[in-house]
Design a protein around this ligand. Structure first.
Ligand SMILES: Nc1ncnc2c1ncn2[C@@H]1O[C@H](COP(=O)(O)OP(=O)(O)OP(=O)(O)O)[C@@H](O)[C@H]1O
Ligand SMILES: O=C(CO)[C@H](O)[C@H](O)COP(=O)(O)O
Length: 336
């Protein structure tokens, strides 16, 4: 940690396992600097270990397998500047290990299955994001990772996703109602057959009316815009890129939706799109593109997932600076 924080800013990142939380968290720590951010994985609040869950048939997604009283008590204490003894869930053994000390930091990110489930925890969060990956894309990503890196078969991966589905629908998915920003990842509408789900349609759904949050918009705030940026300034190979922006209603509240369908051929040219976006919370023209270029190897850098993760990161920085009155104080990557 850099220095003792005057105020802890609490960020929630919610989503199912394998939905790109790790990549998003890397973008956040890149933006703020590693020492400035402490990430807490809420799996550590599992109250039932793997054996107990197997015996009872209760999944980790079920609130009954998680200790929300302890989570609420400890996150509140951390936000008040106190050091906590956080439990550890060990994913290798499936057991609950002895606790570790966690000190307050300038930014504390709570990430995992349930950051927005319990009202006591939800009310402590200063900015929240839900990563909403459609089933088709989730299966493609999981298969790609678990088959290549974890030696699972196609059937195993599919069976695991299907067995989680009822509890996912009951306990995880409804949290998106409460998120400030939802990043929704869907199959493309540009082509009919894309079995590998390489081309994605991604939406940044921004809740209206949040104090201090100015939604990013395309061209004209509040209008409905469809834009095909391909041409002289943006190279697009088949199937091209389509953008959309407009107001909508989401869980009965007003939202502003920004959408990118397709992928960028040349990441440097995203500057052209950036120049047509307003209220990005970037500190200078080109910062969004630079942040994307800085880690072009991260999955999704060449499509809407990367772009919207960067924009959401900038909104987190703006929230931090607003709440701590420290415009310009956070580390901005210089060597891009
Ligand atoms: N934006 C993206 N575009 C394409 N593939 C992606 C993207 N984000 C993630 N993936 C794929 O999904 C896999 C899972 O991503 P990641 O490890 O970031 O998820 P996670 O939510 O942290 O998962 P877990 O909680 O299980 O550790 C990655 O290995 C990668 O193959
Ligand atoms: O949804 C999950 C969040 O990461 C895990 O499945 C859950 O934490 C249980 O972990 P494990 O399968 O290692 O026992």
């Amino acid at each position: 940690m850099t220095s003792k924080p005057d105020r802890v800013v609490l960020i929630g990142v919610a989503g199912d396992s394998g939905c790109g939380k790790s990549t998003f968290l890397r973008r956040i720590t890149d933006l703020f600097g590693e020492d400035f951010v402490t990430v807490i994985c809420l799996d550590d609040y599992h109250s039932l270990d793997r054996k107990q869950r197997k015996e009872t048939g209760i999944t980790a997604l079920n609130p009954k397998a998680n200790n929300f009283d302890l989570m609420a008590e400890q996150i509140k204490a951390l936000k008040s500047g106190e050091t906590i003894d956080k439990p550890i869930y060990n994913h290798e053994t499936g057991e609950i290990d002895p606790p570790e000390k966690i000190e307050p930091n300038h930014i504390v990110v709570i990430e995992g299955l349930h950051p927005l489930y319990d009202k006591r925890v939800r009310d402590l969060i200063d900015f929240s994001v839900y990563l909403d990956i459609s089933d088709e894309v989730k299966i493609a990503w999981k298969i790609q990772r678990d088959m290549a890196e974890r030696g699972h078969s196609y059937e195993d991966v599919l069976a695991q996703i299907n067995s989680r589905k009822p509890d996912f629908d009951a306990y995880i998915d409804p949290q998106k109602e409460f998120a400030d920003v939802v990043i929704q990842v869907l199959p493309t509408q540009l082509i009919k057959e894309d079995k590998e789900r390489k081309v994605l349609r991604v939406q940044m759904i921004q809740r209206d009316g949040i104090e201090g949050y100015d939604p990013v918009y395309l061209f004209d705030e509040g209008s409905t815009i469809d834009w095909t940026p391909c041409g002289r300034k943006l190279t697009c190979s088949y199937p091209g890129i389509r953008m959309h922006y407009g107001p909508d209603v989401y869980y009965k509240h007003g939202v502003s939706v920004l959408e990118v369908d397709g992928q960028f051929d040349k990441l440097e040219e995203v500057i052209y799109i950036e120049q047509h976006l307003s209220k990005t919370s970037a500190k200078y023209n080109g910062e969004v593109t630079e942040l994307l270029l800085q880690h072009r190897e991260y999955p999704g850098s060449n499509n809407g997932t990367g772009l919207f993760q960067v924009l959401t990161g900038l909104k987190m920085r703006a929230t931090y600076e607003r709440l701590t009155n420290q415009a310009g104080a956070t580390k901005v990557p210089a060597n891009v």
